[in-house]
Design a protein. Structure first.
Lengths: 572, 1038
């Protein structure tokens, strides 16, 4: 009997625990060991960093967060929660440490930093060629600096992390704002030595000129105006870049102007002849590594709600049902802009106070200020009349006024394609087959547009250099740089006596509306309170001086258990 | 595969070896065992021969009830007979004479006390009286007639310590928790074991009619045999086998048809006039009389806020009944089952076919199951049994159902028909947007899964070593899943095809030795086994399909640039392996004192290199006090047993690949360069390496009493337990400066303690009339002892139910306390007004008194778990009628069982823009409302009051009529026949606001700001209703 048990034991022993039986086999999981070795793998890693920046620029991180980089400023307000004021329109109640907008922006940039750190650290030990090492490290250093610069602009001093982590940390403290800017300077200066010139890289790739451009802004923040001027000048003087002064690109022969050409679909990349864009965020319709942009949908008013009383009809409350659409089927046509919902509502300051005569940036090709009425039968006396010019807007009874905050205001075309582009930019689902009465095709409600966007243009480099000259007190040179930009736009030239930071901020609005993240520009200069108070009829009511910096997200403070991250003064 | 081959080699070696053994002897005993009641021979009765109180031989009866002992020495013997469901019986002083055959005729009585049941304990069975741990056999009869698609739902409320959620969507599994929560990130579902093998498919794909019994292992000592997967308890499901006797085949048919109604009928979309009222309540300043905000302004016209088309419809009174258009008028369930079973001397079989068909309330929320099961046991020799449990179930979930929110949000004046002709429209008037109905009509969907089970076993009684048995179980479970979908919301359609397979294989070698030596009893089980689980799959999506003729069957006709292959890790292949050993030894003395010890060692591929193996010991002791002489004389005590146990069990929690550093690679985070640049992949570090992660360990102490009193008219069990879980896996929030929002750590400690009482009384028991009443009571308290090793509270800055406080229960609500609603004319301090507080908004308690509301004003409002639950069953029989009803209640006690019914209400923008159900919100003329004004919000859009989910439910009522035997005898073919009417969820008494207090929102559901939802389905636009069922059914046995 004992023998038998013995045999049994041997039998069981045949499959005694072999070690490799329990070895884990990650069938569909990549690990850094098998995925950060070759050139193409590092390319994938840097692609993700570009994608992270694009998520910010295209609102892909979160729409409200993205819009928060534009509104509650002198440029715009939130039109969805206008009355009673809510969200960022009620600035003091909303912009608190627990609000999701600062948290989302913070997280988005630190993720870019983390992934840049990974590339910087892994390239050192990799088998890449020297050229590849330089290229990937240079790009990663640029994005790390770009992100820290954005964080410092919005939040002031932030914690600095430059290493690839193998364990989480809980003991961060804030560096000073200057220390953060200095880190950006260090990274950018190193990146500049590693990156190639703009004409020697593929479209959309980080290059020496964009790095110098950002360095210029960083040095202004460090009050190193001479350094900033040198950096900006090296961009401006580089032979491969220039302001676009004559018509160019796909729509060059159609009525329009060169400013509109800069924003036409597919006119942004260097290879298409554009010499002004320094770094262009890439996207393409029906490309699975692309995302669409929702800016147009947010900044274009909501037309479905734009109604008017037909001439001769009863305007009393009881007759509401007799109102008619201003636009045919209450929809946009592709020659004006894509459909919108009116989420970002620019201020009166932007629409009505900053423009002078002749400025093409305010031309009918760039900001549409009137529409023809097409939502009635052709036999109606109102048919084809102009909604503003012919007094229809003025005749709208007061009780409908509130809706017009979203339903009608001038239409910024900058983020929309033009007639004929919609299939290419937004897909066939965007277009109906219906022709609108005065030309153009009626659009469906699709919102995502696949148009490339500028991270920076050379025009801004001039404005940065102007800012540096102003910092040095050289008003003449300030005016000279500003006038380069104004001259291209056909605007009257400015004199040195007019130069001050407000003028530069207004010029930035005129040149860079819906391009620059206005909140970051204003916090960089410590002027968010001042400009918002003056020009924003909603958030300006409750904004206070301490709002010149965004609050450090509360979760970062609470979850950093090993050390203290101090909150910006004024926030509770 | 190699691994399994070797295991088989081992099994066959043993079989060969056994064939060589022969026997000798001098006397002979033959006999027949019959059941007393039905006079039918009983199969598989264990018959033991004892000489001087020692078991010297044992056998089992065959299908004709016959058994034999061929070679016994002449002399006097005792015999014992035991069988599942029957009272054990002893026969003393049987004389065997040389050369003669002694015949025995035994009648076994069906067991009347639970104590004598044979129950499944994991890798073996035991008589209840010998069980040392906390093991409960579920009563499948209590809600048998309710039309549940899975067997566990029919146990809801019936077993103390087992908490089962409601299912609301067709064909879904309920949530199950055993004895409170003892994991934060891990599963709280028990391990499911079917026919001795761990089962990883869905419960719904097992036909409840195929199930013979369910046993539940609740304490660590009982569950410890399953080691690292046992800390949430184990549910042991045993499927049917052949029971019909005497070469006969029993044929059973049962069928039922149920109609369903919503339990909460109010939750329907607002009508046109209600919708307009809501518009007015949103535009409060305009819609009210300027002098008296409680009055409407007669001049106000809500249609000015609508689009021109809607306004015109409103004026003319045209509205759409979206509810009617998108729900089934007659939701129903039908179920049919045919079962055959039989046995012969060498063969037992069970064959069952089931059909279940549910058409739920929402259109296309359907579930159909076809299932077939064949269980076969063969006994080619008296020392060898072979068998298989096989099944196939085909589950069909096809059809795209609109989400509930679709139905709720569609506005009544958005009309999908031509208002002049009444004809259905393809597009909404004056648009090119297809109507919601049109989109449904265009869509095509196929979702099925096939679940194959093939479990094989061989069992060898090793001759020569009495009581030694070797058994090998080889489990195969293969699941094939398909989902094809075609959706065309615009001119461009999207379609995808997903295929997935799962293959779960298990091989267990079990050696048992069970023998009695006089007053000493030994029962040893040794286990050596392994498991390989594999998954594979792929999913392809085509976009931009303009030729719809072939639907999802031609993905290639979409835009080639947008043809994508999924990188979803739940689709892509994975593999995990486990190896384990277990030893269980039990020693009993004098059949009164029983000591059991178990040790389980578990190795799992998902554990890190540092922690590949886990060890789980346990020990238990039972004292059958009822057998002591001093209690035997007490007539009122029929049986009494005391149990004590202590042991450790684990929760794997750490899943496969969780300890590895991971990169996510895909196009969705990739990039392109240049206008016509191709899509390039992007990759990023998505998980930091974590070599320290390991299983969670729960140690628990259990003390219990099993009793049967007053001539078995009162019986039950009382258990108290304490458990401590340590190394809790928790995702610790990190500063996102690290690039990660959280990191997994293994550090927390939670304590659970509770009491369970099951008691059944039989107040009346006559020939014609009997009444049985059962009560179960369950109470659990838990407490967080430590959360991150520092003894500090862990406060989640945003989510109110993810903060942990030392000394408080797990799952507290940490949020603002709402003390009321500001009314018109209330004086609101300027500091609060500046924060946006005004009339119609919640008043929040300012805890620190600083005049403003900040996160410092959050406080612990209560806990999510209930205080106790009670289930009461009644079963009254009068002649051929049986009436039973079941009442279930869960009570929160003080500030317990909290939910937030309003947390899923939409934010003010969307409330205005969408339709929804009518709920009790504040307006100047509804000042006593439960919820704030819909027009604006303060602090946080998900702010809302918490309330208790307490309820009392009349869960099941059944009246059955059984046709008398005398009548059936004339019919000849029919052996048994009964018909019944049943109602489920008939009455629910609760103050809860919304769909149902007992339903849980899906784990993935989040509020609009990303918060996790506490339990209970409240005013959730996307909630699914709990249904009342009225059923009519029949059971026939041929």
């Amino acid at each position: 009997m004992k023998n038998r048990i013995y045999i049994l034991c041997i039998a069981l022993g045949l499959f005694s625990c072999k070690k490799d039986f329990l070895a884990e086999q990650p069938l569909s999981i990549y690990t850094p060991d098998n995925s950060l070795q070759t050139t193409s793998q590092f390319q994938a890693a840097i692609n993700n960093v570009y994608s992270g920046v694009r998520n910010v620029y295209f609102g892909n991180m979160d729409l409200d967060t993205y819009f928060g980089l534009y509104y509650a400023t002198d440029f715009a307000m939130n039109a969805t929660d206008y009355d009673p004021a809510a969200k960022l329109n009620a600035y003091k109640a909303t912009m608190v440490p627990t609000y999701f907008i600062p948290q989302n922006v913070w997280t988005a940039f630190y993720k870019i930093i983390t992934n840049s750190n990974l590339i910087i650290s892994r390239t050192q030990t990799s088998q890449l060629s020297d050229a590849d090492k330089k290229s990937f490290t240079g790009q990663a250093l640029f994005f790390r600096a770009y992100s820290y610069n954005m964080l410092a602009k919005l939040f002031g001093g932030v914690p600095i992390e430059l290493k690839e982590l193998s364990q989480p940390r809980y003991d961060y403290t804030r560096a000073t704002r200057d220390e953060v800017y200095k880190q950006c300077k260090t990274d950018l200066e190193q990146a500049i030595t590693m990156l190639s010139d703009i004409d020697k890289v593929a479209d959309g790739t980080v290059n020496k000129q964009i790095a110098q451009h950002i360095l210029s802004e960083v040095l202004i923040s460090l009050k190193d105006y001479d350094g900033a001027i040198t950096a900006a000048t090296s961009v401006i003087n580089y032979s491969g870049v220039s302001l676009m002064k004559t018509r160019f690109g796909r729509k060059a022969t159609l009525p329009g102007d060169v400013y509109r050409d800069l924003f036409e679909y597919n006119n942004q990349n260097y290879s298409t002849g554009n010499r002004e864009g320094l770094l262009v965020m890439q996207t393409a319709l029906n490309n699975s590594a692309s995302v669409g942009d929702q800016t147009a949908w947010a900044v274009v008013p909501s037309f479905a709600g734009l109604l008017f009383f037909e001439t001769g009809k009863d305007t009393s409350a009881a007759a509401n049902a007799t109102r008619a659409n201003v636009m045919y089927q209450g929809k946009f046509i592709d020659s004006i802009s894509s459909n919108g919902v009116g989420w970002i509502r620019p201020t009166s300051h932007f629409f009505y106070e900053i423009w002078g005569a002749g400025d093409i940036r305010n031309s009918q090709y760039n900001i549409v200020r009137d529409l023809r009425i097409t939502g009635v039968a052709a036999s109606s006396p109102d048919y084809g009349k102009w909604y503003v010019k012919d007094g229809y807007k003025a005749r709208t009874p007061g009780r409908f006024y509130r809706d017009t905050i979203r339903s009608f205001y001038p239409i910024i075309r900058k983020t929309s394609p033009s007639a004929g582009d919609f299939t290419a930019a937004a897909g066939p689902a965007m277009l109906t087959s219906t022709t609108a009465p005065f030309g153009g095709i009626v659009l469906n409600g699709a919102s995502r547009l696949f148009i490339q966007k500028y991270v920076a243009r050379l025009a801004e480099t001039y404005l940065l250099r102007a800012e540096a000259y102003l910092g040095k007190g050289d008003n003449q040179k300030t005016a000279d740089d500003i006038n380069v930009v104004r001259a291209r736009a056909g605007a009257a030239l400015a004199g040195p006596a007019e130069m001050n930071i407000d003028y530069i901020l207004d010029e930035r609005l005129r040149e860079l509306y819906l391009e620059e993240f206005r909140s970051a520009t204003l916090t960089r200069l410590g002027l968010l309170y001042d400009r918002d108070k003056r020009y924003n009829v909603r958030s300006g009511l409750s904004i206070e001086t301490y709002h010149n910096l965004w609050p450090i997200p509360n979760a970062e403070i609470v979850q950093n258990t090993g050390a203290t991250i101090n909150q910006n003064p004024g926030y509770q | 595969m190699n691994f399994f081959l070797k295991l088989f080699a081992a099994a066959s070696l043993i079989l060969l070896h056994n064939g060589l053994i022969a026997q000798t002897g001098r006397g002979k005993v033959v006999g027949i065992v019959n059941s007393n009641q039905e006079q039918q021979p009983l199969n598989a009765v264990t018959v033991a021969v004892l000489k001087n109180s020692k078991v010297i031989a044992s056998t089992v009866s065959d299908s004709t009830g016959k058994f034999a002992f061929e070679n016994l020495e002449a002399g006097s013997y005792d015999f014992t007979f035991s069988h599942i469901g029957f009272k054990a019986q002893a026969l003393t002083g049987t004389i065997v004479r040389q050369g003669e055959t002694t015949s025995l005729l035994i009648k076994l009585l069906e067991s009347t006390t639970e104590m004598e049941d044979v129950i499944v304990v994991g890798y073996g069975t035991r008589k209840r009286q010998d069980v040392t741990g906390s093991v409960t056999r579920a009563n499948l009869q209590l809600q048998k007639q309710s039309p549940n698609s899975n067997v566990i739902s029919s146990l809801r409320g019936t077993v103390a310590g087992l908490t089962i959620g409601q299912t609301t969507r067709a064909g879904t599994d309920p949530t199950i928790i055993v004895r409170g929560r003892n994991s934060i990130s891990g599963t709280t579902s028990p391990l499911i074991v079917v026919d001795g093998l761990i089962y990883r498919g869905t419960l719904t794909s097992i036909n409840p009619s195929d199930i013979a019994s369910i046993d539940l292992l609740k304490d660590a000592s009982a569950a410890a045999v399953y080691g690292s997967q046992a800390s949430n308890g184990v549910v042991l499901i045993t499927t049917k086998t052949g029971t019909a006797g005497g070469d006969k085949i029993n044929v059973d048919y049962s069928g039922s048809y149920s109609i369903q109604k919503m339990t909460n009928k109010q939750m329907r979309p607002a009508s046109g006039s209600q919708f307009l009222q809501k518009i007015g309540d949103w535009y409060l300043s305009e819609s009210r009389d300027p002098n008296d905000p409680a009055k409407m302004n007669p001049a106000w016209d809500p249609t000015t806020k609508l689009s021109a088309v809607e306004a015109a419809n409103a004026k003319r009174g045209y509205q759409a009944n979206w509810w009617g258009l998108m729900t089934n008028p007659t939701p129903r369930i039908q179920s049919h089952y045919v079962g055959l079973n039989g046995r012969t001397k060498m063969l037992r079989f069970y064959l069952g076919y089931g059909y279940f068909d549910q058409t739920n309330l929402i259109k296309n929320d359907d579930y159909r199951r076809n299932s077939i099961r064949l269980n076969v046991d063969v006994k080619p020799a008296n020392w060898l049994s072979l068998g298989a449990q096989t099944s196939l179930s085909i589950n069909d979930y096809s059809g795209v159902s609109p989400t509930f929110s679709d139905i709720m949000f569609l506005k009544p004046y958005t009309v999908p028909y031509d208002t002049l002709t009444g004809k259905q429209l393809q597009f909404y008037p004056t648009t090119t947007t297809p109507t919601a109905l049109e989109i449904l009509r265009r869509s095509r969907d196929l979702e099925t899964n096939l679940n194959f089970i093939g479990n094989f076993y061989a069992s060898v009684d090793i001759p020569g070593v009495k009581g030694l048995n070797y058994r090998v179980n080889f489990g195969n479970n293969y699941i094939y899943y398909r989902r094809f979908n075609f959706n065309a919301p615009t001119v461009e359609a999207t379609a995808y095809k997903t295929y997935m397979t799962d293959y779960f294989q298990t091989l267990d070698n079990i050696l048992t030795y069970k023998r009695e030596f006089g007053r000493h009893g030994v029962d040893v089980t040794l286990l050596y086994g392994g498991e390989i689980n594999k998954h594979d799959g792929s999913s392809t999506t085509a976009n931009g399909i303009t030729n719809w003729a072939l639907g999802y069957d031609r993905l290639d006709v979409g835009d080639p640039a947008r043809l994508t292959v999924s990188n979803d890790l739940s689709v892509l292949p994975w593999k995990e392996q486990a190896l384990y050993q277990m030893a269980r030894a039990s020693y009993s003395f004098d059949r009164k004192y029983i000591l059991t010890g178990t040790l389980r060692r578990d190795g799992f591929s998902g554990f890190s290199e540092k922690n590949k193996w886990a060890l789980f010991p346990s020990i238990a002791f039972a004292w059958r006090a009822g057998e002591e002489d001093f209690l035997k004389s007490v007539k009122s005590i029929n049986d009494l047993k005391l149990r004590l146990s202590y042991g450790a069990s684990g929760n794997r929690t750490v899943g496969r690949y969780q300890t590895l550093s991971q990169m996510t690679v895909g196009l969705s985070n990739g990039y392109l360069y240049g206008s016509s640049g191709g899509a390039q992949l992007g990759s990023f570090l998505s998980q930091l390496p974590n070599p320290d992660l390991k299983w969670e360990t729960t140690t628990s102490f259990n003390a219990g009493i099993d009793f049967s009193l007053l001539d078995n008219r009162l019986f039950g069990a009382l258990d108290i337990y304490f458990s401590n879980t340590k190394n809790l896996l928790n995702s610790r929030a990190t500063p996102s400066i690290t690039g990660f929002n959280s990191f997994l750590i293994n550090i927390g400690k939670i304590q659970n303690r509770g009491q369970e009482l099951n008691i059944t009384g039989v107040p009346v028991k006559n020939k014609d009339f009997s009444w049985e009443i059962g009560v179960n009571f369950f109470r659990n308290r838990n407490k967080v002892l430590d959360i991150e090793g520092t003894g500090k509270n862990l406060i989640n800055a945003t989510d109110p139910i993810l903060s942990y406080f030392i000394g408080q229960p797990y799952g507290v609500v940490y949020d603002y306390k709402i003390t009321g609603i500001y009314q018109m004319g209330d004086k609101i301090p300027a500091t609060l007004a500046a924060q946006g507080f005004k009339a119609g908004q919640y008043k929040i308690e300012d805890v620190n008194g600083d005049g403003i509301i900040t996160t410092a004003d959050k406080q612990i409002l209560g806990k999510l778990d209930p205080s106790y639950s009670v289930g009461i069953s009644n079963n009254i029989k009068y002649k051929n009628f049986e009436f039973k009803f079941f009442i279930n209640t869960i009570q929160g006690g003080k500030n317990g069982y909290l939910g937030a019914p309003g947390i899923m209400l939409q934010n003010p923008d969307n409330i205005r823009n969408n339709n929804g159900f009518v709920f009790d919100y504040w307006t100047p003329n509804n000042t006593a409302a439960k919820y704030r004004s819909i027009a604006a919000y303060t602090i946080n859009e998900n702010l809302g009051p918490y309330m208790q989910r307490n309820f009392v439910r009349l869960q099941d009522v059944t009246l059955t009529y059984t046709f008398p035997r005398s009548l059936l005898k004339q019919l000849k073919v029919v052996k048994g026949l009964n018909v019944y009417v049943n109602a489920q969820n008939l009455v629910t008494l609760t103050k809860w606001d919304g769909w149902d207090p007992e339903s849980n929102p899906p784990a993935s559901q989040r509020s609009s700001t990303g918060l996790r939802i506490p339990g209970g389905l409240g005013l959730d636009q996307n909630g699914y209703p709990v249904m009342k069922n009225y059923s009519l059914g029949i059971n026939v046995t041929f």
